[in-house]
Ligand binder design. Structure first.
Ligand code: UDP
Ligand code: MG
Length: 344
């Protein structure tokens, strides 16, 4: 039986609020254009759903003019918050800062490089308001343009992270997603410091809906995520979501032990039945090296988890805010938007 969603989450959207969280790290070149598209989006949402919007730009320690540009953006039709972090904390921390500053309404996460189209954002909002979904996430429709090596790696990652998990993290899900007010509230209640938003947003449950999309090409500059960072994020995601690597380590231990046993039996067979003498030296070296390697791998895996425990134990904040400004939406003279209801 399906339970009816909280009635405050449905209906025409009248009086509802939406906070759009946009992490920006050296995005000066494309920011003005993105903001124009967000203004158009906010006007559409105000007209179609009577939805009040605010955008929260989280400046993740940019070294270019990003912060100055965000300060000067017009607050037409949507309120603007600028949260400037004290240094570059990384995208996940920036998303958390945005979530912490968002109003009590729905929250949408969107990249600041123009790859997440505001048109699609309107679709996400529709699935929330009209269809009553709590977590509307986007996922890459295909990975045809990516190398097979990357595809295999991604597939392996999700296979591992979802191994034995009750709530599977959908493969290919991106960070472009919308959370209903109650889903956003649930996400806020998760206490961990190490955030892996894709996973957490799925883990909280509620009614989830997938929208396939093709990311637009980056408007300016290049991706900030190098292979090493992606690897780091994957390890982060894996260790905070599953103990699959630990299980894998145990299995590896069992497998090596079984092989060693079989090997021992075969040697006994050779000595007793075939009557061969045992030369031994190379097999001894190989055995030692195999065991040494396996032990190091397993210690490394355990170490990842110990490190994770340490960083959670320290309870350091995920980010520091250097500067925070709030500007309510300016009412265009001819049309009345409910956007300024955000900061009353
Ligand atoms: N970003 C951030 N902090 C960082 C790196 C990236 O806030 O340390 C932001 C960046 O400005 C962009 C979003 O995260 O809005 C996605 O970054 P990017 O486009 O480089 O990643 P990709 O789209 O390749 O996953
Ligand atoms: Mg991008």
């Amino acid at each position: 039986m399906m339970t009816t969603p909280d009635p405050t989450d449905r209906g025409a959207g009248a009086g509802q609020r939406l906070s759009i969280v946009v992490p920006v790290f050296n995005e000066a070149a494309g920011l003005a254009a993105l903001h124009q598209r967000l203004i158009a989006l906010a006007q559409d949402l105000a007209r179609d759903h009577r939805l009040a919007c605010e955008v929260i730009y989280v400046d993740d320690g940019s070294s270019d003019d990003t912060l100055a540009i965000t300060r000067a953006l017009p607050a037409t039709a949507l309120g603007i918050q600028v949260v400037s972090l004290s240094r570059n904390f990384g995208k996940e921390a920036a998303l958390l800062a945005g979530l912490d500053h968002a109003g009590p309404g729905a929250v949408m996460f969107m990249d600041g490089d123009g790859q997440h189209s505001p048109q699609l954002a309107a679709t996400l909002v529709r699935h929330w308001i009209a269809d009553g979904y709590d977590v509307v996430y986007t996922a890459k429709a295909h990975r045809n343009h990516e190398s097979w090596l990357r595809r295999v790696a991604v597939h392996g990652f999700y296979a591992l992270i979802n191994w034995g998990a009750r709530q599977k993290i959908p493969e290919d899900a991106g960070d472009f997603r919308l959370l209903s007010p109650r889903a956003a509230a649930a996400l806020r209640r998760l206490p961990e410091r190490n955030r892996f938003f894709k996973g957490l947003a799925s883990w909280i449950g509620f009614r989830q809906f997938r929208v396939d999309y093709e990311p637009e090409p980056r408007a300016h500059g290049a991706t900030r995520f190098r292979l090493s960072q992606l690897l780091g994020l994957s390890i982060e995601g894996l260790t905070s979501f599953s103990v699959a690597p630990l299980r894998l380590a145990s299995l590896l231990g069992v497998a090596v032990a079984v092989v060693a046993l079989l090997f021992g039996l075969s040697i006994l067979w050779e000595t007793w039945i075939d009557g061969k003498s045992v030369p031994g030296y190379p097999s001894l070296a190989v055995g030692l090296m195999t065991l040494g390697g396996v032990q190091l791998i397993v210690i490394g895996i355990v170490g990842e988890y110990v490190g994770k425990i340490l960083s959670e134990l320290k309870q350091r904040p995920s980010y520091f805010v250097a500067e925070h400004s709030v500007r309510p939406a300016e009412q265009p003279a001819d049309e009345k938007t409910p956007a300024d209801a955000l900061h009353d």
